[in-house]
Design a protein around this ligand. Structure first.
Ligand code: SF4
Length: 195
C-alpha cells in the first residue's frame, strides 16, 4: 500500500480543532509509520488536538471487528480522520455519526500484500475525494470516473455503460440531496507518476 498525506489546506477545510484518528498498521507502511509519530507531528504541528487514535491491524480490517472496536471505544469528536486506504472511511461513516474524512490519498495497492476487506472498496485512484460526496467512492463505481455527474447518458437513474446498474450519483442525491459544490478536477499527474 502506498499512501500520501493530503495537502493540509484540503484537510483543514473539512475539520474542526479536535479530531479522532484511525490509522492502519498495514496500510500505513513507511509513509505513515507504525507508531503514528508522523500523524501526531502533522496534526499537532497544525494546532489540532488529537482526542484518540485507533490503530487497526489487518486482521481487524472487516466490518464485524470494526463494530466491536466501536463498541469498546468512544469516538469523542465530531471529526474523524483516517490514515488508511479509502475503504475504511466508507465503512466507518456508515457506523458512526461523526464526519469521517480521509487524510491520505491511496496511490497504490500492491497485489501481493495481505489485505483486509476494506481495501477492496478502495480504487487507489491517487486522490481520495469521497469526503466531497458523502463517503461514496464514485471513482470505483462510475465507469467514466465522473466527478460532477451524472453524465448525459444516465437514463431513468441507470448507468449509460452498465444498463443494469444504478448510477452512483443517483444514490448520492437520494442520500444527500443536492450537492452544491463543484468537485475540483483530478490531478491526473499523480496517477501517471506512479511506478
Ligand atoms: S451514468 Fe452515472 S455511472 Fe454511468 S457513466 Fe454516467 S455518470 Fe458514470
Amino acid at each position: 500500500m502506498k499512501l500520501e498525506i493530503k495537502e493540509w489546506e484540503e484537510i483543514e477545510s473539512f475539520i474542526g480543532k479536535e479530531v479522532f484518528v484511525f490509522s492502519c498498521n498495514s496500510c500505513g507502511g513507511e509513509e505513515i509509520d507504525r507508531k503514528n509519530i508522523k500523524i501526531k507531528e502533522f496534526l499537532e504541528g497544525h494546532g489540532i488536538k488529537i482526542l484518540g487514535i485507533i490503530n487497526l491491524e489487518p486482521k481487524y480490517c472487516n466490518i464485524n471487528s470494526l463494530r466491536k472496536i466501536l463498541e469498546e471505544n468512544f469516538i469523542s469528536s465530531n471529526f474523524v480522520l483516517t490514515f488508511t486506504c479509502g475503504g475504511l472511511p466508507q465503512v466507518l461513516s456508515s457506523l458512526i455519526n461523526s464526519k469521517v474524512i480521509p487524510a491520505v490519498n491511496t496511490l497504490k495497492i500492491e497485489l501481493e500484500r495481505k489485505l483486509g476487506s476494506f481495501a477492496r472498496l478502495c480504487s487507489a485512484c491517487g486522490e481520495c475525494w469521497i469526503h466531497y460526496v458523502g463517503n461514496l467512492c464514485i471513482e470505483r463505481l462510475c465507469p467514466k470516473k465522473m466527478r460532477n455527474g451524472p453524465c448525459g447518458g444516465a437514463r431513468d437513474g441507470y448507468c449509460e455503460v452498465f444498463r443494469e446498474r444504478i448510477c452512483p450519483f443517483i444514490i448520492l442525491f437520494k442520500n444527500k440531496g443536492e450537492i452544491k459544490d463543484i468537485i475540483p478536477p483530478k490531478k491526473f499527474s499523480k496517477i501517471l507518476l506512479q511506478e
